[in-house]
Design a protein around this ligand. Structure first.
Ligand code: HEC
Ligand code: HEC
Length: 347
């Protein structure tokens, strides 16, 4: 019976560590954020509100510190800074509300793909559309040098990107990509907003999106999704899939090196990746990575691809794991029998 007691103690401690302590440590190391929301309007306004609350809390704290030492100039400056930050965060929220209001108006319109095909010259000034025979206007080296990144081909864009995100991107790229802190009038973002050809702007945007949707193929693979959405910045060495963008130009443009993603699925996990692609600023406030406004389905495809490359032996490992558990259970049974036999003779 003593053995069973020891076993019970072992099992209890293992379970406490596994179910209690480990997940707790996880929540402390990476603070909880709301899960990815593919309603991008909700996602943006919810995050803007969270940031306002954080800025208010920071201001209250700074004011309390100043109240204790009213003559301290640094503390007075900190209060000033916190006030400015709060104001910027409030402006963010109202900018997002304005943007999404216009997007909602666009999404009620019926886009006309034929008109969209004509309006699309506004995009082929920079983008290729290979499926329709439009080669990219610049080669990779030229695109890297002028824009910092190889401008993506839009053949799959109508399928992989969320429709409302596309509308937001076309009228206000910096804000849709959540890069408005870094890119502004002095440092303009390389993709210019679409101002329209003089007819109803909202209708023109709806037409362009209808055109993009009309030219996308069915059945886009996991790797093709990654190709459209990520590879212009990130390498996948494990699949010998390298970014066409020139590294130093990319670093200058982004302000930081996009990491190789071969092992990301293991170090970050699927849930983190889903949330990070959906809204990088929520996970890493101030990160250089732009939001990639994929649909839920295509976010999953990117994750599947990363899973296949980074963790190709997962199924095998799982099967071996189960085999090992069965093996040890049988071994334990025989060991117990054997031990009982041996001790019976000694007693
Ligand atoms: C002046 C050049 C320019 C024009 C004009 C332009 N784009 Fe872009 N576009 C870019 C660049 C550069 C990027 C890549 C930005 C990056 O990766 O940081 C981009 C990225 C994109 C993306 C990918 C966004 C993402 O989330 O990854 C889409 C979709 C897109 N453009 C659609 C369009 C459409 C539709 C039009 C026409 C209405 C258009 N672009 C006009 C330069 C341009
Ligand atoms: C326009 C360039 C660009 C595109 C497109 C892009 N990324 Fe990134 N990504 C970056 C940069 C730059 C960083 C480094 C961020 C930093 O240092 O703040 C980064 C960082 C990351 C990280 C690391 C996050 C962490 O926790 O450290 C992951 C994961 C990632 N990207 C995944 C993706 C995936 C998946 C896609 C496609 C859906 C994608 N990225 C598209 C530029 C890009």
């Amino acid at each position: 019976m003593k053995e069973l007691k020891i076993l019970a103690v072992l099992v209890i401690f293992t379970l406490v560590t596994y179910i209690g302590i480990e997940p707790f440590a996880h929540t402390q190391l990476s603070p909880h954020t709301a899960p990815a929301d593919f309603n991008y309007e909700q996602e943006d306004t919810a995050l803007a509100k969270v940031r306002i609350e954080e800025a208010k809390a920071a201001l209250t704290k700074a004011e309390a510190n100043l109240a204790k030492q009213p003559d301290n100039e640094n503390l007075a400056k900190a209060v000033q800074g916190a006030k400015q930050d709060l104001e910027a965060r409030e402006n963010d929220l109202s900018a997002y509300k304005t943007l999404w209001e216009q997007v909602n108006a666009i999404s009620t319109l019926n886009g006309n793909a034929e008109s969209g095909a004509e309006l699309f010259v506004a995009c082929t000034a920079c983008h290729g559309l290979k499926s329709q025979g439009f080669e990219a206007p610049f080669d990779n080296a030229m695109s890297s040098e002028s824009y910092g990144v190889v401008i993506p081909d839009l053949s799959l864009a109508g399928a992989v990107y969320d429709k409302k995100f596309l509308a937001a991107l076309i009228i206000n790229p910096t804000q849709a990509l959540k890069l408005s802190k870094k890119f502004n009038d002095e440092n303009p973002f390389p993709m210019t907003p679409f101002y329209g050809f003089g007819e109803d702007l909202n209708q023109e945007v709806a037409d362009i999106i209808a055109y993009l949707k009309s030219v996308t193929p069915q059945n886009i693979s996991d790797k093709e999704t990654f190709d459209t959405a990520c590879v212009r910045c990130h390498d996948i060495k494990y699949d010998a899939f390298y970014s066409p963008s020139e590294k130093s130009a990319l670093k200058r443009y982004m302000g930081s090196n996009p990491p190789d993603l071969s092992m990301m699925i293991r170090s970050r996990g699927a849930e983190y990746l889903e949330s990070f692609i959906n809204d990088p600023q929520k996970k890493l406030d101030g990160t250089a990575m732009p939001r990639v406004g994929l649909t839920k389905e295509h976010t999953q495809k990117v994750i599947n691809y990363l899973d296949k490359i980074g963790d190709s032996k997962k199924d095998e490992r799982r099967n071996v794991g189960i085999g090992m558990v069965i093996f040890f259970a049988i071994l334990a049974f025989f060991a117990y029998k054997w031990k009982n036999g041996v001790w019976r003779e000694l007693h």
